[in-house]
Design a protein around this ligand. Structure first.
Ligand SMILES: Cc1ncc(COP(=O)(O)O)c(C=O)c1O
Length: 388
């Protein structure tokens, strides 16, 4: 499958999760969209892209048609879904639309993505609100530990729980349905950071029992970069504004507001259906997931054994990414050592994979995609065993 991707074959790429990799077929589909835009840019962008357009413009608009298709993939109706640049934009839109006041609390697990955590902290500070950081167990032996940690952190001042679906550095698939139910039972609305979920795991957003879901299609769903989505439950759409305000802000129609946030390149959004076609027709969604998950799960267990480390993560908490403890002899579990190992892996072994320090250990996060196979894990193991 490597030939289907524009990746440099000289580098072993075990980092699909960070910024995604766009398949060649999807890049071609996007290029065709850009060609079409440039033939008559104002007609395309001002009349056809979004609705309502000028009179006699066919409905649905191009953007709404793409949202319908993506919505079907994610288990929601297209009119509940808007495109945003990325998961960060989706999370920002929700956070900035909330009426938070002094003393209010945003519940945030300490496994949250750093950029999201900083944005939440900044917005909370501006409003006199607080971040209630939840110490999550890691590594985790049982998903119920995550539910208990969230439950125990809810207070009468909790106004929002911002929960990851799949954590970033630690690559854990969290028990979102159960965590969300615990929040709902206490009247706490749930915003999900699902940056890694579409494509990686089966996703039926409407069945999760959450209030907002922000995600990326440019990681595991093969869309070109800058293809994020935000879904909001029907009762959460009124008063929800994009991170960038424009013409639609006074109109009271959230779709119009999100569908135009100023002149920009819509091709990553419009190429999302081609990315879904690649996944369905070229790979087969089930076969893709099985391949990626098997590599991740079997690979992690084998590497941990080889490196004489405990491996306690349950299979249900592993998708296509996995974070494996490195051999103890590699040095102190601190950020400087993690950074050095990351750099040496790339510079001396041509392997791209993040290394982190957490819970008194060094870990390597492996993203497994259809262009990876067992020989990649063998090459990684060999390189790690030569690290000094
Ligand atoms: C859990 C999580 N949230 C948010 C993001 C940010 O994604 P983006 O840069 O596409 O907004 C990432 C990126 O890796 C992530 O892992």
């Amino acid at each position: 499958m490597l030939a289907e991707f524009p990746l440099d074959p000289g580098t072993l790429y075990l980092n699909h999760g960070t910024v995604g990799v766009t398949p060649c077929a999807v890049m071609r589909a996007r290029a065709a969209i850009l060609d079409e835009i440039e033939r008559q840019p104002s007609r395309y962008l001002l009349r056809e892209l979004r609705s309502p357009g000028a009179p006699a413009v066919p409905e649905p608009s191009r953007l709404r048609a793409a949202a319908e298709r993506v919505g079907r993939f994610l288990g929601v109706a297209g009119d509940g879904l808007v495109f945003v640049d990325n998961a960060s934009s989706g999370v920002n839109a929700v956070l900035r639309s909330l009426a938070l006041g002094p003393g209010d609390e945003i519940l945030l697990p300490d496994l949250a993505y750093g950029g999201v955590a900083r944005a939440a902290a900044h917005l909370a500070r501006e409003r006199g609100a607080l971040i209630a950081s939840v110490a999550m167990p890691f590594p985790m032996r049982d998903p119920a530990e995550a539910v208990r940690a969230i439950e125990a952190a809810i207070t009468p001042r909790t106004r929002l729980a911002l929960l990851d679906h799949i954590t970033s550095q630690t690559a854990l698939v969290l028990p979102l349905v159960e965590m969300a139910a615990a929040c709902r039972a206490r009247g706490v609305p749930v915003l999900v950071d699902g940056a890694h979920a579409p494509g990686a795991i089966e996703l039926d957003i409407a069945a999760l029992g959450v209030d907002w879901y922000a995600a990326n299609l440019h990681k595991w769903a093969f869309a070109p970069r800058s293809c994020g989505v935000l879904w909001a439950a029907p009762e959460r759409r009124q008063g929800l504004h994009p991170a960038v305000l424009s013409w639609g802000v006074t109109g009271g129609d959230w779709l119009q507001e999100f569908d135009w946030t100023g002149t920009r390149d819509p091709s990553p959004w419009l190429a999302a259906p081609a990315a879904l076609d690649f996944m369905h027709d070229r790979l087969g969604v089930a076969a893709m997931r099985e391949h990626n998950h098997r590599l991740a799960w079997d690979g992690a267990a084998a590497l941990a054994r080889r490196w004489e480390r405990d491996w306690i993560t349950p299979e249900s908490m592993v998708g296509c990414m996995v974070t494996v403890p490195l051999p103890r002899r590699l040095g102190p579990a601190d950020e400087a050592t993690a950074q050095r190992l990351r750099d040496v892996l790339l510079a001396e072994h041509a392997i791209e994979a993040p290394v982190i320090a957490r819970a008194d250990a060094l870990w390597v996060r492996l993203s497994l995609q259809v262009y990876n196979d067992e020989s990649d894990l063998e090459r990684l193991a060999h390189a790690v065993e030569r690290l000094r």
